[in-house]
Design a protein around this ligand. Sequence first.
Ligand code: SF4
Ligand code: SF4
Length: 541
Amino acid sequence: MAIMKADKLGVSVAKAPSMMTGAVPKNDWWDVPANFKPGNYAYPAKQEIVEYHKFPNPRLWDPESDDWKLPENWKEIILQGLKERLDKFRSLKIFMDCCVRCGACADKCHFFLGTGDPKNMPVLRAELLRSVYRNDFTLAGKLLGKMAGGREMTFGVLKEWFMYFYQCTECRRCSVFCPYGIDTAEITMMGRELLHLVGVNINWILEPAANSNRTGNHMGLQPHTFKDNIEYLCDDIEEITGIRCNPTFNRKGAEVLFITPSADVFAEPGIYTAMGYLLLFEHIGLDYTFSTYASEGGNFGLFTNNEMMKKLNAKMYAEAKRLGVKWILGGECGHMWRVLHQYMDTMNGPADFLQVPKSPITGTVFENAASTKMVHISEFTADLIKHGKLKLDPKRNDHRIATYHDSCNPARAMGLLEEPRYVLKNVVNNFHEMPENTIRESTFCCGSGTGLNTDEIMELRMRAGLPRANAVKHVRDKHAVNMLSCVCAIDRATLTSLNNYWNPDVEVCGVSELVGNALVMEGEKERETGLRFEPLAGREC
Ligand code: SF4
Ligand code: SF4
């Protein structure tokens, strides 16, 4: 969908009323209905995809209509689902009970900053579910109803849930500022789970999840295509460096299984990140294999429900077991690492059939991965650099003036803050941080995570990404930054769209691409270009 020009949208974000309601609301929040119109919602999941997952209520339906073709007893289904989740997840009950409405989270959400819609304040987003919880599951709510902040589950409430639980990227920025540590992302996850129970969901999540289930990756690509694509990347590497990388696939007995998001193998600019991995592994002679079945690190189950998340995560470990590797090395992904660090152990772990990861090059034992047996490529690379195992020429990145976007999941869900920076500072000569309140734990989301990277909501995405884009603009204007690096495949896709819109002269890359550019390979030819065939500094044609 075409959207207005960036300068007009910028003024609209600053001065105009809410995108969703079309006016500054004059009523109590719960008297302002969710109004679906083109551009403010992602398309519902296709009937055949819902059927494939064996999820409830597959059908054709239209969010703009007043008939969502819900099951007759949909309210009972939702309330029963909520009860089960309150019994199962203690965190949910705590999050429902302990908000003191201090408002510290209110202006921390990029969706609120970009849309001006009060229901995008995290406290109010949570209140959409909390009000129903109060009404049906607390004594005060049962006795006093609205006076105690309770409200009945109605079709209007369901519409709000669909709108606002899909205007949250589960980025967890708000939780950093909440004095009680309330994690609105977890509330959104529960909200989405409940919506699934009555067949209310979006295609951009369920179709990649179905593909991943069926073929091992989001794109639905077959094993031979996955292998062929990596070999094409090896051809490009050979053309640029004169070095032939020889990765193996499904090789039993390899020491390490390497898993990365499929976007690194199939889509720009991720493919340049993958070329960086291939060069790195060749450089150090790593004994590793790809799997053409666990050909996806990303886990769209995180955006769907607990069972799906568990199933997609299990595939990686099943492959590690089948191939008999010692441990797993993971590429630059966001939600793969969130699932690994926050949920894997209680869902599928601990992975005791694997060994505690030990770098075969430096001897470092990654005790932090003692349970998951999986090491992040930035940790692995930083360790190699620290031990002087890489021959690097950062001048090869002198055409790049880089900054670093802390991807929400690696930063907030696993605390991966220093390692990518350490790597970057060793492979580029020009590096500048964005403002302090927009990086590290306080990083701003790309605005399109959790399955919202879909074109029909482009204006919403550009609005939600504005706080991040604004920080990029700051370093672009101040330091002439022209490269936004990150360690997440979704970010590489979404930040590219975001920068094309707000900062068209800033490109996006993975940290490993810059590593690949800087690596001096034994026997290589003189490099004329970087990994994306761009001329190096001083080599402009
Ligand atoms: S910061 Fe925490 S306690 Fe305060 S309003 Fe937000 S969720 Fe509630
Ligand atoms: S998790 Fe992120 S997107 Fe969701 S409410 Fe909090 S800040 Fe907003």
